[in-house]
Design a protein around this ligand. Structure first.
Ligand code: FES
Length: 272
């Protein structure tokens, strides 16, 4: 806090200091379509990922490990031929091992600037759309608990970098066959490749990343490397919303692909 923030508005948008307009809003388009679509999309992912995270089964089919379960840190992980199966958490952990690590990508997305806009609008109607008043009487923004915790986003960004590195490692391992020989490529390798590319693009397009790369500089001319990186990250950043959705869908699809293989519903077609 700088001490110069405007005072918290206690009466929402219907205080006496606002224009006295009788209509709830003056928009005539279907403004509710975007928040309703956003809420439906996020809800579908929440239902799917909750089912898969708690399922604790069908998350490994050599050489593929579901991104929801990697790295597997508990002793109760499914035996994997390779992959990051570190077992640093002992046998006392009896729940699904996905729950240990999902907190990091979940925290990253939950505190993401784009997702904040998406779920504030879609689920909390705060506000539901531009120029449509929110129904709440009080508004304290992100200055109070629990929303002040959104400031943790920059730390979740560092964790997300680590997650992206681990998913890259998992993707590289999909290019080995059942005899550990390099040169295998299944349809799953392609699915993993697309997913990891989208995860990297989403992670690097983060607003915190942009600030870390190019922020707090007085003269770009004295930092040409950071300036160039900042330009790249800025171009990705302009597509942050699209990358947020594309990577959300791709990570769900990668997990579902592993589920189909592990449950025996589908055989991975070998491309070469
Ligand atoms: Fe969306 Fe950082 S702002 S991931």
């Amino acid at each position: 806090a700088t001490g110069t923030e405007p005072p918290i508005q206690r009466g929402g948008v219907r205080t006496g200091t606002r224009a006295a307009i009788g209509a709830a809003h003056l928009r005539t388009d279907r403004w509710w379509l975007a928040p309703a679509g956003t809420a439906a999309g996020l809800l579908a992912f929440i239902v799917y990922s909750t089912w898969r995270a708690f399922a604790n089964t069908d998350y490994y089919a050599a050489p593929y490990v579901s991104p929801f379960y990697s790295p597997c840190l508990a002793e109760n992980c499914a035996p994997m031929r390779d992959g990051p199966n570190l077992e640093i958490i002992g046998s006392w952990w009896g729940l699904s091992p996905a729950l240990i690590i999902l907190v990091f990508p979940l925290g990253f997305r939950l505190t993401c600037y784009y997702y904040r806009k998406a779920y504030y609008r879609g689920f909390w109607a705060s506000p539901p759309a531009c120029a449509v008043a929110e129904p709440h009487k009080k508004y304290s923004g992100e200055t109070r608990f629990p929303l002040i915790l959104q400031n943790l986003h920059r730390y979740f960004f560092y964790a997300a970098l680590l997650v992206a590195v681990i998913l890259t490692y998992d993707t590289v391992l999909t290019f080995r066959d059942e005899h550990y020989a390099w040169g295998h490529m299944g349809l799953g390798s392609l699915v993993f490749l697309v997913n990891v590319a989208l995860i990297w693009a989403y992670t690097l397009s983060c607003h915190s990343c942009r600030h870390i790369v190019g922020g707090r500089l007085k003269h770009f001319s004295k930092h040409p490397v950071r300036y160039r990186l900042w330009g790249w990250v800025g171009r990705l950043n302009a597509r942050h919303m699209q990358l947020a959705w594309a990577s959300l869908v791709s990570v769900g699809l990668a997990d579902f692909y592993v589920y189909l293989l592990a449950s025996g519903a589908f055989d991975d077609p070998r491309l070469f």
